[in-house]
Write a new protein. Structure first.
Length: 318
């Protein structure tokens, strides 16, 4: 017992209930993921973030892919075109869908291990596969050759006269801009392809999330499926870069294309497993019935009268 204070007033009693509860310290909220999605959880995080993050990473991947394609064109294809400009006759082109060439003698306009350009008006020479991609111009059509075989394509209808004195300066002045446009077109087509594949793959992502009880709205599934293409695009961009630097052969790059597709499908299938789990936050439908049963049981016990003792009167009489 605490001693009374000197002024004679009784001590104030303190109860544990009057003390303020101590709130548990909570750490800072985790920041949303911002890095490149190299893991399944990183790809799954795009379903919970906005479109700005996804479009930003897609823009960077489009730049990487377009830059790799630009390096291949500028380093290996453009020199072949430069060589072809110097070997063109004074007048060429096509007229009424047919090649205009002074004779039927086969001419190799330019060639390296990546690209080859040949003119064979009569189509009698058997050149074989001289480069990874090969173009042969014949009188009535032209051939596009690669490891997949040769494809015969027709010239555009109409007339297109080409003069060497005009064509060579035109190409020299616009060469860098044309290469940049081709690289930008490759990146833009890839970007559109990601969005289209994301729209179709969103159905797959939502289906997987449904069967594993995960939260995946329509927009989130679209973003997740589009983000699943980013690691595959990074792999493909590195492959094209290695091909441009001579570190990867043409066949290796072709094998890398279906491998990148498998990577994208792997991320699309496994990333929904790491989405937030669906939590059922509703009242228990059986909770009310249990309370009613307990209440009825208590009332029946209270209302039940006590039985009289049959021997009580006889004992009193005695």
């Amino acid at each position: 017992m605490e001693p009374a204070p000197s002024n004679g007033e009784p001590p104030e009693e303190t109860s544990p209930e009057s003390s303020e509860p101590i709130e548990p310290s909570t750490g800072p909220e985790p920041s949303p993921p911002k890095g490149f999605p190299v893991t399944f959880s990183g790809v799954a995080s795009f379903a919970e973030t906005g479109w700005g993050r996804l479009l930003g990473w897609q823009f960077l991947m489009a730049l990487a892919l377009g830059g790799a394609v630009l390096l291949v064109l500028g380093r290996h294809w453009a020199p072949v075109v430069d060589s072809a400009m110097a070997k063109l006759p004074a007048e060429t082109g096509w007229r009424n869908g047919a090649l205009v060439w002074p004779d039927d003698k086969p001419v190799e306009l330019g060639r390296n291990n990546y690209f080859c350009l040949i003119v064979d008006p009569a189509g009698t020479a058997r050149q074989g596969q001289l480069a990874d991609v090969q173009v042969e111009l014949r009188r009535d059509d032209w051939l596009l050759g690669s490891v997949f075989g040769y494809f015969e394509l027709n010239y555009a209808p109409g007339d297109l006269p080409l003069m060497r004195e005009e064509l060579a300066p035109w190409w020299g002045a616009r060469r860098p801009f044309l290469l940049l446009a081709l690289g930008a077109a490759a990146g833009a087509l890839a970007w559109l392809g990601w969005l289209a594949l994301g729209l179709a793959g969103g159905v797959v992502a939502r289906s997987v999330a449904f069967y594993v009880d995960r939260q995946c709205p329509t927009g989130g599934g679209w973003r997740l499926a589009a983000a699943a293409q980013l690691p595959a695009t990074l792999l493909l961009s590195v492959g094209i870069l290695c091909y441009a630097l001579g570190l990867l052969p043409w066949m290796g790059l072709l094998v890398l294309v279906p491998l990148a597709a498998l990577v994208a499908w792997g991320y699309l299938f496994f990333a929904p497993f790491l989405l937030p789990r669906i939590e059922v936050s509703g009242p228990n439908p059986f909770e009310g019935e249990e309370k009613e049963t307990d209440t009825d049981g208590d009332e029946s016990e209270i209302a039940e009268p006590e039985e009289a003792n049959p021997f009580q009167e006889s004992e009193d009489g005695d």
